[in-house]
Ligand binder design. Structure first.
Ligand code: C5P
Length: 301
């Protein structure tokens, strides 16, 4: 059996820091969606567990023991062993198309894809292990990446509620090729906690979603800009693009997104921005407003 799985970019359409736990983790309220764009994880049977990495951002990510994909595989194997279920090996190959440590959950999406793919490869009986629980031990964004559908996220990332209906909308993702440390950004946050931003009703079209989101924020944007001022430049550049409905940073940065109503506008915006800022990573993709299957229809070979 040879499997190829999508590990899609996770975007925080808004992110409110609503409190702090005694252990230092922050309580969040966030609307998380996925872009139809991401890394690919190929999984082949093997007696041992191995990982190789290629792709445009592959060089920046060592396939070392602490790689989140290998940690996910080992955590799943340990959870299976605890239930007297056998885990075999696997040869994992990650094609890294998303910038690393960039606020769009690349590592978490890769680890989620590993957990889902390995349960298939190893034929783990349905319900034998709690993947979200295993995932949460690896990172706060793992549960939502496993759910792979638009969700309101609460707690530190473990409480998920399906989002109300969202319209078709196009996303422009921009990373100025700087990495920011998530703990450093959380630490730099100042001021009062926010109220939750979530809502109940479906939104009919792209401008309605953008208008609703404009009443929320990413509370990590200001601290991230304090650490990497170029993030502020990215947001300004996005806001100046014709057709831009909203510009915001995702997660703890540095990747920012712009929202656009249609595919032609986002294509033109991407072309224009790559002329103005040839060194930035720029990608456009539709937002997935329903479940984002891990299945990959590209040939397995
Ligand atoms: O769990 P994850 O690896 O995404 O988090 C990295 C770091 O970000 C944590 O060690 C913590 O310092 C900070 N964090 C936080 N509150 C969250 C998520 C992350 O303070 N909800």
């Amino acid at each position: 059996m040879l499997l190829t799985l999508h590990a899609r970019a996770k975007i925080n359409l808004y992110l409110h820091v609503v409190g702090k736990r005694a252990d230092g983790y922050h309580l969040l309220d966030s609307l998380v969606v996925f872009a139809d764009l991401g890394d690919a994880l190929r999984i082949a049977p093997s007696r041992t567990l191995t990982l190789s990495i290629d792709g445009p951002f592959g060089a920046g990510l060592p396939a070392s023991d602490d790689n989140l994909v290998l940690r996910a595989a080992r955590a799943l194997a340990a959870a299976l062993a605890a239930k007297n279920l056998r885990a075999e090996g696997a040869a994992l190959r990650l094609t890294k198309r998303l910038p690393v440590a960039s606020g769009i959950g690349g590592g978490s999406a890769d680890a989620a894809a590993a957990l889902v793919g390995l349960t298939r490869l190893w034929r783990v009986p349905e319900g034998a292990v709690d993947l979200a629980q295993i995932g949460l031990g690896l990172g706060a964004d793992l549960p939502v990446c496993l759910a792979a559908r638009p969700s309101f996220m609460g707690g530190i990332g473990e409480i998920l509620d399906p989002a109300p209906a969202l319209p078709n909308i196009q996303m422009l993702l921009v990373n100025p090729r700087v990495g920011v440390s998530t703990p450093a950004v959380f630490k730099a946050r100042r001021g009062a906690f926010s109220a939750p931003g979530r809502w109940r009703d479906g939104l009919g079209d792209a401008p309605a979603l953008a208008a609703r989101l404009a009443r929320c924020a990413n509370d990590l944007e200001a601290p991230a800009i304090g650490i990497e001022p170029v993030i502020g430049e990215v947001l300004t550049a996005l806001r100046h693009l014709p057709g831009n409905l909203l510009a915001r940073m995702s997660g703890s940065g540095a990747t920012c997104f712009g929202l656009f109503a249609n595919a032609e506008e986002v294509r033109e915006a991407a072309a224009r921005l790559s002329v103005e800022h040839p060194s930035w990573w720029i990608a456009s993709a539709p937002m997935l407003n329903g479940p984002a299957a891990f299945d990959h229809d590209a040939p397995d070979a």
